[in-house]
Ligand binder design. Structure first.
Ligand SMILES: Cc1cc2nc3c(=O)[nH]c(=O)nc-3n(C[C@H](O)[C@H](O)[C@H](O)COP(=O)(O)O)c2cc1C
Ligand code: SF4
Length: 606
């Protein structure tokens, strides 16, 4: 492995080459930073200054952008930067103990870079491998699945021997799809190009009518009708020389969700074909995929699928010999920020800025990427659109329920025998999924990730769909041994960590919730704290700027209602209880004054 010293010596040449590749465009800033850092290992000030002058921005702006993203390092990191996925399901699989063991073997402290150390070890939000965790992200590029004590011991040896990651056991880097139930989307990819040919033969208006008739709703969470979104974008005027833009949201940052990972692995052709169909209906020339940084390992595979489509005249100029049908897709890799899954933050990031959600209106369909009419859709939505373009809207609408047509992929993890991907028509009961994945003695299911809904056993007859239990795709199972307060507490930390800080109710609110949950966990909770938590929930629900803050207390609210005993055992009394033991804090003062009699102590109650 090359040392970071020699890498930084090459920094200037690396920056020049990357700037040249991106034509010095400032809206490519996030990609420029990422590509430079892949070679320099971290981003020293001199590198940032050189990038700033290359893209025509001030160093302060470039540093402001770089500091927004968790995967950009403004301080040195070790040659092996190891990040443990830290979703609640990873914790259930023992990631914290394994991380401690690894640090001991490498003689380092977690979360800090020690000068001269070969490795740095830390934690990061869910890396999208909940079905085969605990997972480890290496240098924000490689993923290791199924970590256990033996792998930790061997990994420590490999690091000590400075073996390049590419020479680590191939089995460690293996990511399995783990599809346990398929329906139309996962049954097998439709023949490449057929959906596009069908759309061209039918015509754009008629194909859009099929998408409308299908009733397809977005799979990214909000469930907006896809045909309506596309119609609004198609109607939005385009400035002279401009174009409409098709964006695929492959950020998949909701903890416990990994179905887009599997679609991109198995069905990338169908996803890109859906984008190309949309481009035809909208008259768009530009397509972008926003791939989460944690899925960097998929980049080569996706680029090769795109290259193959270009070679088959399914992308590029005069697609399938059709005059005026020019469209191509580029992939933008994110850099570790959950909020960038929110569509307007995602567009900001695509434009090379901090991922701060925009004020709306205008909505992206009117003014999105670089001010152009833009649709943003989830990976699964584009995949479904391909099948609809091929087989028609009525065929899709015949599956599922009246308000939730078609099928839906579920990423199942947690306490079950067969974690992985399950595809069902909408309307499936929670019970059915639990049965199929081999879950026993289930206490609760978190549907849709931390921002979704937590259901208790008496609700397992409820059905997945926009009419009842909506979902963006996560399905985390908790058996009777799990402490649902700890589940909610870990989610509260996730939101406090991921808040972009733009608006006060979320920036401060998420932090206050996390601290109060910690106070309860430490045994200092009171009914007063519970009231405060409820008030914070009510306040954040109506006042935050984007959906992150609005859904940050969902798990708290749900678990307070359904699993109150888990909170009750932590509540001491009705009144205010300090978050720390004041008498213990005064011990040093007592030592200094040489007094330890009864009067030198604060009165203890109870
Ligand atoms: C904090 C936050 C994170 C989000 N993350 C994602 C994501 O990772 N993937 C996604 O498709 N949608 C995500 N969304 C929803 C998007 O804003 C948007 O609604 C979606 O991409 C639209 O596509 P669809 O209509 O196909 O669902 C997120 C929303 C919020 C508020
Ligand atoms: S709600 Fe949170 S994530 Fe969204 S804009 Fe406000 S601070 Fe940022």
């Amino acid at each position: 492995m090359q040392s970071s010293v020699s890498q930084s010596q090459n920094g200037a040449a690396v920056v020049d080459a990357v700037l040249h590749r991106h034509g010095g465009h400032r809206h490519a800033l996030v990609q420029i930073l990422r590509e430079v850092q892949e070679q320099t290992h971290w981003l020293p000030r001199a590198v940032l200054t050189q990038i700033a002058s290359g893209v025509g921005l001030t160093p302060a702006i470039v540093e402001g952008v770089a500091s927004f993203y968790r995967f950009f390092h403004l301080e040195p990191v070790a040659a092996y930067h190891l990040l443990w996925s830290d979703n609640i399901t990873d914790r259930m699989l023992g990631n914290r103990t394994l991380a401690r063991d690894l640090c001991q073997r490498l003689n380092i402290r977690p979360g800090a870079y020690q000068t001269g150390a070969l490795a740095s070890v830390g934690f990061t939000s869910c890396t999208g491998l909940g079905d085969q965790g605990p997972a480890l992200l290496v240098n924000q590029h490689h993923v290791i699945t199924r970590m256990d004590a033996q792998r930790v011991a061997e990994l420590a040896e490999l690091v000590r021997a400075q073996v390049p990651v590419s020479d680590w056991p191939a089995d460690w880097l293996r990511v399995d799809d783990q599809v346990h139930r398929s329906d139309v989307l996962l049954a097998g990819p439709p023949p490449q190009g057929d959906a596009l040919r069908a759309a061209l033969a039918r015509g754009s208006e008629a194909t859009l009518a099929e998408v409308m008739q299908s009733g397809l709703r977005g799979r990214g969470g909000a469930g907006f009708t896809t045909g309506r979104k596309w119609t609004l974008c198609r109607q939005a005027p385009v400035t002279e020389g401009g174009t409409r833009v098709v964006v695929c949201n492959a950020d998949e940052g909701e903890p416990g969700t990994f179905k887009d990972r599997v679609l991109l692995t198995r069905q990338a052709n169908a996803v890109f074909e859906g984008m190309t169909v949309a481009a035809r209906l909208l008259g768009a020339r530009q397509g972008l995929v926003y791939l989460r940084g944690e899925y960097r390992y998929l980049l080569d595979h996706l680029e090769s699928v795109l290259a193959n489509r270009r070679a088959s005249n399914l992308l590029g100029k005069r697609i399938l010999g059709t005059d005026g049908f020019d469209f191509d897709i580029t992939i933008h890799v994110g850099a570790g920020a959950y909020v960038c899954g929110e569509e307007s933050a995602l567009i900001e990031s695509l434009e090379g800025k901090r991922g701060t959600p925009r004020i709306r209106p205008p909505f992206p369909v009117e003014s999105g990427y670089l001010g152009q009419p833009t649709i943003v859709n989830n990976v699964e939505t584009f995949c479904a659109a391909t099948h609809i373009a091929l087989r028609g809207g009525a065929w899709w609408a015949a599956m599922g329920t009246p308000q939730s047509s078609g099928t839906k992929l579920h990423s199942v993890s947690g306490d079950c025998e067969r974690p992985g991907i399950y595809e069902y028509p909408f309307g499936v009961t929670i019970e059915q999924i639990l049965h199929d994945c081999g879950a026993h003695d289930t206490q609760a299911v978190q549907v849709g990730g931390p921002s979704g809904v937590c259901l208790a056993a008496h609700e397992f007859g409820r059905r997945v769909g926009f009419e009842d239990v909506p979902t963006a795709g996560a399905f985390m199972v908790f058996n009777q041994s799990r402490d649902m307060f700890e589940v909610a507490r870990s989610f509260s930390h996730f939101f406090a960590h991921e808040s972009c800080g733009f608006c006060t109710p979320c920036r401060v609110g998420t932090e206050l919730v996390a601290r109060r949950m910690d106070k309860l966990a430490a045994g200092f909770g009171s009914l007063f704290d519970e009231t405060e938590l409820r008030e914070l929930d009510a306040l954040m629900h109506g006042t935050t700027h984007c959906g992150l803050g609005a859904s940050a207390t969902n798990a708290l609210r749900d678990t307070l209602v359904r699993f109150r005993p888990a909170y009750e055992k932590r509540l001491q009394e009705p009144g205010f209880v300090a978050a720390f033991d004041l008498d213990a804090e005064l011990a040093s003062a007592r030592r200094v004054t040489g007094r330890d009699d009864a009067q030198a102590h604060l009165e203890r109650r109870g």
